[in-house]
Design a binder for this molecule. Structure first.
Ligand code: SAH
Ligand code: AVI
Length: 331
């Protein structure tokens, strides 16, 4: 562990070590030598990737962010009053815009003590910590820079009072179904009897609406998608030509998830120096970079049951585009 910052109000620690962290190298070696090439979506989020994601959130086609914000605005006080939470742990915290709504409600209830942003991107954790301590009197921020698939047990122990562990944005849909349930089981281990999980899930709807959200005319999502190639070039000394790859996004109606892919527009031979790997792409060959599962209430409840959690609250918008749900440890 590296302590990145330690003051009266802010502590930030990183569990990502530059020397030992072989995660990108391993994922690239495994993913690009499979018969169907694939890279997990966590590698989108360097500083540029996080900025591109923030631009996606402001696009008119990308309904999840503004819809989740509206649900949260309507329900935050009720959720905080019901849970009595003094602490918010946010996994994949990003710009922390959604956290602010809950922190406002906790401040209004007079319970606000601590915010724990957890993200793989050091910059977003640092920025959130700096801004939030300036905005909320007496707030302590304990930031964790890490991979929530590997470092969830590094979330600091609860202060003893109730806490909310939140995962917003529909990020849980970026895990394949089996991994998703294992992840939720690990999240369960963070919850004491009075703690609650607050989970954002994008809902199944008209495929045209979903596909538009993942293929905007400005090309911001395309640039976000190609960013993973920039990351591999920089971090692993590769020579991808990102512009040679076309952004693809489609809704798989059977699996009810969106897939983002990058399609080679011509044959490409790519050298990845750091792992001594040459990879060939045929013209038209695709690399899967993300799945984004869409949910029904039944699917969320079933995932909770499989992970030892129980659904306690379901909050949605009038058009049922997106849902927030509250869960506790099952008895
Ligand atoms: N919660 C925000 C951001 C969602 S984007 C919102 O709802 O708008 C997903 C966030 O999760 C990004 O900030 C990204 O850096 C982070 N993330 C993705 N994979 C991660 C991982 N494996 N471990 C930790 N953080 C991760
Ligand atoms: C972070 N995650 C929930 C986003 C999603 O919608 O699956 C990432 C994203 N991919 C393309 N646009 C946004």
């Amino acid at each position: 562990m590296r302590a990145l910052l330690d003051t009266d109000e802010i502590r930030i620690e990183s569990w990502l070590s530059e020397v030992e962290d072989r995660s990108l190298a391993n994922d690239v070696l495994d993913g690009l030598t499979k018969p169907f090439k694939e890279i997990p979506p966590k590698h989108f989020y360097d500083t540029r990737g996080s900025e591109l994601f923030d631009r996606i959130c402001a696009l008119p086609e990308y309904y999840p962010t503004r819809t989740e914000l509206s649900i949260l605005t309507a329900r935050a006080q009720e959720i905080v009053d019901e849970t009595g939470a003094t602490e918010l742990v946010e996994l994949g915290s990003g710009a922390a815009d959604k956290a602010r709504i809950l922190l406002d409600a906790m401040a209004a209830a007079g319970t606000l003590e601590r915010y724990v942003p957890f993200d793989v991107s050091e910059q977003v954790v640092r920025d959130a910590a700096k801004h939030l301590v300036a905005e909320y009197d007496g707030l302590h921020v304990h930031g964790v820079v890490g991979d929530f698939e590997r470092h969830l047990d590094r979330v600091p122990p609860t202060s003893g009072d109730a806490r909310i562990v939140a995962l917003f944005g529909g990020t849980v849909g970026n895990f394949p179904p089996g991994t998703r349930r294992r992840f939720l089981r690990k999240v369960r281990a963070l919850l004491g009897p009075d703690d609650r999980l607050l989970l954002g899930t994008d809902l199944v709807k008209d495929p045209a609406v979903i596909e538009a959200a993942y293929d905007d005319p400005e090309g911001v999502t395309a640039e976000f998608n190609r960013n993973v190639l920039h990351v591999i070039n920089r971090e692993l000394g590769a020579d991808f030509v990102p512009e040679a790859f076309e952004h693809i996004a489609f809704f798989d109606r059977q699996r009810e998830w969106v897939e983002m892919r990058l399609r080679a527009q011509r044959p490409c031979s790519v050298m990845i120096e750091a792992i001594g790997l040459r990879v060939e792409f045929a013209a038209g060959e695709e690399l899967r970079t993300e799945i984004s599962a869409k949910f029904t209430r039944g699917r969320v409840a079933a995932d909770y049951r499989a992970a030892g959690l129980q659904l306690e609250g379901w909050y949605t918008d009038p058009d049922e585009l997106f849902a927030l749900s509250l869960a506790s440890r099952a008895a």
